[in-house]
Ligand binder design. Structure first.
Ligand SMILES: Nc1nc2c(ncn2[C@@H]2O[C@H](COP(=O)(O)OP(=O)(O)OP(=O)(O)O)[C@@H](O)[C@H]2O)c(=O)[nH]1
Ligand SMILES: [Mg+2]
Length: 457
């Protein structure tokens, strides 16, 4: 049943001062009246003290506060009650059990938000943003989710849809009067409107790679020769001694992955085994793993030991050749970093785009962090927090569909297809945008969106 009363803990179980329970659906107030003493619907949206009492046994399980939100002015759009109880493991679970005994059903993950979408309180993009805000591991992710929750992306897509509708209106004259050579609407006007709409779709699509990266974290692989100082740099960027550091070349034999927030942006940092030709079986496997990570990386930091890189021009050359061979497969942007600069007495002039860092003194790390954020998220940095960004494969697929249809409209028009037929492309493009916002959303799409939600949201 779609609107049967559901109940769930909205806060995580565990030691805490308070816990919040949500109860929503048709009959939610009756359920509350059976379990809470006293329970009042009026005044709405105001808290009052209650005792949570088992309806069958009369056992009192906790004291708390309750507030009622009569639908449609509630999160779900249904009658909803929020009950705060004491925290911890026992009291909240007992209170939920009491509400189940009083007639509610335990909610499925994301069911409250799903109902909010079905009742028109949130669109699909806002529902996704709700999940993203909860899952955010960095300030940039949270700001982006909040902007989407405030309908930043939805508004942009609605405007785009309106543009397409206007374009359809422009060619409508041709549909009504197909035999006229030239309608009252100049072809340039159609062309102009078409171009503007297409560019707007393309601009949004261009934010997709970094937008999706923002949700998952940019895969940053630290590579270089054995002993170059990779693990030390990895630890320095993480701010903890996660990887083992020794003076023995070949210390790191497996790839180590950890989440880090750099300049407010999420990264997945990977420390790798030093790249070299090795006969050691374990080390060889490690180097193979490094190569796989390098192939998948969003960006690569190549560590290069300035002091150890050799005095002679010959060794420098050999070293560079080796590096080039290792990095030939890397498609991702590459940042070359001179390590251990504290060991260099007379610093050689470094090319302006080359960074020098010391894991010991911390020199150069701030600049490196900035460079990493700029390389992985430069477009988002330039856009700021106001311009909407698409953050999911679902968004990208819908916009690609819209773009294809808009392009097809132009081709059809240019090849003399009649106006009514060209208009179907515009309508298909609008349909793709509607799907994206979630005007009418099929169950399987909802299932996918809410699959990753927590219970109680
Ligand atoms: N003085 C100084 N020593 C450093 C610095 N970074 C690393 N080292 C030293 O260099 C040696 C190698 O450092 P690691 O971080 O283990 O190097 P690695 O590239 O991870 O080495 P492998 O895992 O063996 O490939 C250790 O003795 C570190 O203490 C630095 O910035 N300054
Ligand atoms: Mg190492």
């Amino acid at each position: 049943m779609l609107s049967d009363p559901i109940v769930a803990l909205a806060t995580p179980p565990g030691r805490s001062a308070l816990a919040l329970i949500r109860l929503s659906g048709r009959g939610a107030f009756d359920v509350a009246a059976r379990a809470l003493r006293p329970f009042r619907v009026e005044p709405a949206r105001a808290v009052h003290r209650v005792q949570v009492v088992h309806p069958a046994t009369g056992e009192r399980v906790d004291d708390g506060l309750a507030a009622s939100f009569p639908g449609p002015r509630s999160y779900t759009g249904e009658d909803l009650v929020e009950i705060s109880t004491h925290g911890g493991l026992v009291a909240p679970a007992a209170a939920v059990a009491v509400l189940v005994a009083a007639g509610a059903r335990p909610a499925a993950p994301g069911e409250f938000t799903r109902r909010a979408v079905l009742n028109g309180k949130l669109d699909l993009l806002q529902a996704e943003a709700t999940g993203d805000l909860i899952d955010a591991g960095s300030p940039a992710q949270a700001r982006r989710a909040l902007q989407q929750l405030e309908r930043g992306l939805s508004t942009r897509l609605e405007r785009l849809r309106a543009d397409l509708l206007e374009l359809e209106a422009l060619i409508a004259y041709d549909i009504d009067f197909p035999d006229e050579d030239e309608g009252p609407v100049a072809p340039e006007r159609v062309e102009h409107a078409w171009l503007a709409a297409r560019d707007r779709i393309a601009q949004l699509l261009a934010t997709a790679p970094e937008g999706e990266r923002l949700r998952e974290g940019a895969l940053l692989v630290i590579a270089g020769r054995p002993n170059a100082g990779k693990s030390s740099l990895f630890n320095a960027l993480l701010g903890t001694d996660r990887a083992i550091v020794t003076e023995v070349p070949g210390t790191t034999r497996d790839a180590i992955e950890a989440h880090a927030v750099l300049e407010g942006f999420p990264f997945r940092l990977v420390d790798t085994a030093g790249l070299r030709s090795s006969d050691d079986r374990v080390e060889k496997i490690g180097i193979e793993v490094s190569r796989k990570y390098l192939a998948a990386a969003d960006l690569v930091v190549f560590c290069r030991e300035e002091a150890g890189a050799g005095a002679g021009a010959g060794s420098r050359e050999r070293y560079d050749r080796e590096r080039d061979r290792f990095l030939a497969k890397v498609r991702a942007p590459l940042i070359v970093v001179d390590t251990k600069i504290d060991l260099v007495d007379r610093p050689t002039a470094r090319p302006p785009d080359r960074l020098g860092v010391s894991a010991v003194t911390g020199e150069g790390l701030a600049e490196l962090r900035r460079r990493l954020a700029e390389t992985a998220f430069g477009r988002l940095l330039a856009l700021g927090d106001v311009e909407p960004v698409v953050t999911r494969a679902r968004h990208r697929a819908a916009l690609e569909r819209a773009l294809t249809e808009v392009e097809a409209f132009r081709v059809a028009r240019a090849s003399g297809v009649d106006a009514a037929a060209t208009a179907t492309h515009l309508r298909a493009a609008m349909g793709a945008l509607d799907d994206l916002i979630g005007v009418v959303t099929p169950d399987d799409v909802l299932d996918r969106v809410f699959a990753s939600f927590c219970v109680g949201k």
